[in-house]
Design a protein around this ligand. Structure first.
Ligand code: CS2
Ligand code: MG
Length: 402
C-alpha cells in the first residue's frame, strides 16, 4: 500500500500571492491543493506546516473521507476560514492523487459529466458608464454568456470590483488601502448603469452584479426591487451573512435572485440560508470550504432546495482551485454558473493548467487527476510579497464592510 511520504507548502507571488500544498506518495505520485487565503496567507501556511503536515506522513492517501474527518474532528477547534482552507488543500491534493492513480480526470470519480462545459461569468467594469459599456461589449465579443457589471461611483471616485488597468487586484498594497464609501451615492447610481447596460445590449446574456456586503437588509431589498426590470441573474452578497434571517426580509420585497457564500467556509455556515430558501445560488468554493469532499456535500444539500451553485472564482483562488471547481461543476446536477477571472501570465508560468475557455464555457482536458502541475523552479522567481485587502470607511470616517 502506498503511503504519504511528503507534504510541502509553497508560498510564491507570481502576479499575486498563492499558498500551494503538494503531497507525494511513496510511489512517487503527486497531488496539488490550493491553500490561499487572501491577505492571511501565512496563517494557513503555518496551520499546514506546523500542525497538519506532521499528521499526514505515513497515512493512506486513498482514504480521502477519513482524512477529512480526521483533520476536521481531530482538531477539536471547528470551522473558520483558516482551518477549512488548510483541510481543503489536503483534500484537493488527495483527489488529484486518486485521479492520477486511477488514470481518470477527477470529474469521472465524482460521477462523470452532467454537462458538456461550465458556463462562466466575466467581470466587466468601468471608471464611468461609457467605459463600462465598452467593457461589456468586449466580453460579449469574447463570447461570454454571462457578465458581471460594476462601475465606479462618481461621488466616491471608485468602488470594489472596478479594474485599474488590465487586471483587477484588490489586495494591492503592503498595508490596507482605506477606501471611501457612500451607500446613498451607490444606491442612486448603481441601478442606472445596470439599466444602461440592458438598454444598450438587450437581454440575450446573463447580467450579474456584486454588492460586496455593503447594504443593510432593507437597503438591499430596495436595490433588488429597483433593478427588477434588468432581470439580473443574481445580486451577490447584498448584506453581510452573519445574520442570516436578514435575507428573509430581502426575499419579502424582491424577486431579484440572491447569491451568497464566497466568504463562508462550511456546510453549517450555509445550512440555514439553504434550508430556509433564503438564497438562490451558493458561492462556496473548493479552497475556502473544505475541499472537493465538503463542497460536494454543500452542493448536494443545496440541490434538495433548488439552490444552484455559483462558485467564487476571483484571481486570489489559484489555478488549482479553478481546475478543481471545473471538475466539480461538470459533475453536479444543480450547477448554476462559475465565476472566472483569468490569471496573469506569471501565474500561469508557475501553474501549468489544462483548463481551457471557449465560447463562454470552461472545460478540462481528459488527463488523470486535476490537470494542473506546479513548476517549483519557476515559482522561485516570485518570492512572497505581503499584501492586504482594502478597508472601507464611510464619509464620516467610520469603518464599513469592505
Ligand atoms: C469578489 C472577490 O469575486 C468576487 O465576487 O467578491 O473579488 C473578493 O473581493 C476577493 O476574492 C477577496 O479576496
Ligand atoms: Mg463577490
Amino acid at each position: 500500500m502506498a503511503k504519504i511520504e511528503r507534504a510541502e507548502v509553497f508560498i510564491a507571488s507570481p502576479g499575486r500571492n498563492f499558498v500551494t500544498l503538494r503531497i507525494t506518495t511513496s510511489d512517487g505520485v503527486t497531488g496539488l491543493g490550493d491553500a490561499t487565503l487572501n491577505g492571511r496567507e501565512l496563517a494557513v501556511a503555518s496551520y499546514l506546516r506546523d500542525h497538519v503536515v506532521p499528521l499526514l506522513v505515513g497515512r493512506d492517501p486513498d482514504r480521502i473521507e477519513d482524512m477529512w474527518q480526521y483533520l476536521y474532528r481531530g482538531a477539536y477547534w471547528r470551522r473558520g476560514p483558516v482551518t477549512m482552507t488548510a483541510i481543503a488543500a489536503v483534500d484537493t491534493a488527495l483527489w488529484d492523487i486518486k485521479g492520477k492513480i486511477a488514470g481518470q480526470p477527477v470529474y469521472q470519480l465524482l460521477g462523470g459529466r452532467c454537462r458538456d462545459g461550465v458556463m462562466v461569468y466575466g467581470h466587466a467594469s468601468g471608471a464611468d458608464v461609457p467605459a463600462l459599456i465598452d467593457d461589456v461589449a468586449r466580453f460579449r465579443d469574447q463570447g461570454f454568456k454571462a457578465i458581471r457589471a460594476q462601475a465606479a461611483v462618481p461621488e466616491i471616485g471608485g468602488s470594489y470590483g472596478v479594474r485599474k488597468g488590465s487586471v483587477y487586484e484588490p489586495a494591492a498594497t503592503s498595508l490596507p488601502d482605506e477606501q471611501p464609501w457612500s451607500t446613498e451615492a451607490y444606491l442612486d447610481f448603481a441601478p442606472t448603469y445596470l439599466e444602461a447596460v440592458r438598454d444598450r445590449f438587450g437581454f440575450d446574456f446573463h447580467l450579474l452584479h456584486d454588492i460586496h456586503h455593503r447594504l443593510t437588509p432593507i437597503e438591499a431589498a430596495r436595490f433588488g426591487k429597483s433593478v427588477e426590470e434588468c432581470r439580473l441573474f443574481w445580486m451577490e452578497d447584498p448584506t453581510p451573512a452573519e445574520n442570516q434571517d436578514a435575507f428573509r426580509l430581502i426575499r419579502q420585497h424582491t424577486t431579484t435572485p440572491v447569491a451568497v457564500g464566497e466568504a463562508l467556509s462550511s456546510i453549517w455556515d450555509v445550512q440555514h440560508l439553504i434550508t430556509e430558501q433564503l438564497i438562490d445560488y451558493v458561492r462556496t468554493t473548493v479552497v475556502h470550504a473544505g475541499g472537493i469532499t465538503h463542497l460536494r456535500r454543500i452542493f448536494d444539500l443545496a440541490a434538495l432546495y433548488q439552490v444552484r451553485t455559483g462558485s467564487h472564482g476571483a484571481t486570489d483562488l489559484s489555478p488549482v482551485t479553478l481546475a478543481a471547481a471545473v471538475h466539480v461543476d461538470l459533475s453536479v446536477p444543480n450547477f448554476g454558473i462559475q465565476e472566472w477571472m483569468p490569471h496573469v501570465r506569471e501565474t500561469m508560468e508557475v501553474f501549468r493548467s489544462t483548463v481551457s475557455y471557449s465560447d463562454g464555457m470552461l472545460d478540462v482536458a481528459e488527463v488523470p487527476g486535476l490537470g494542473v502541475e506546479y513548476d517549483e523552479k519557476a515559482a522561485e522567481r516570485f518570492p512572497y510579497d505581503p499584501r492586504y485587502l482594502p478597508v472601507a470607511r464611510r464619509l464620516d470616517g467610520s469603518v464599513h464592510d469592505w
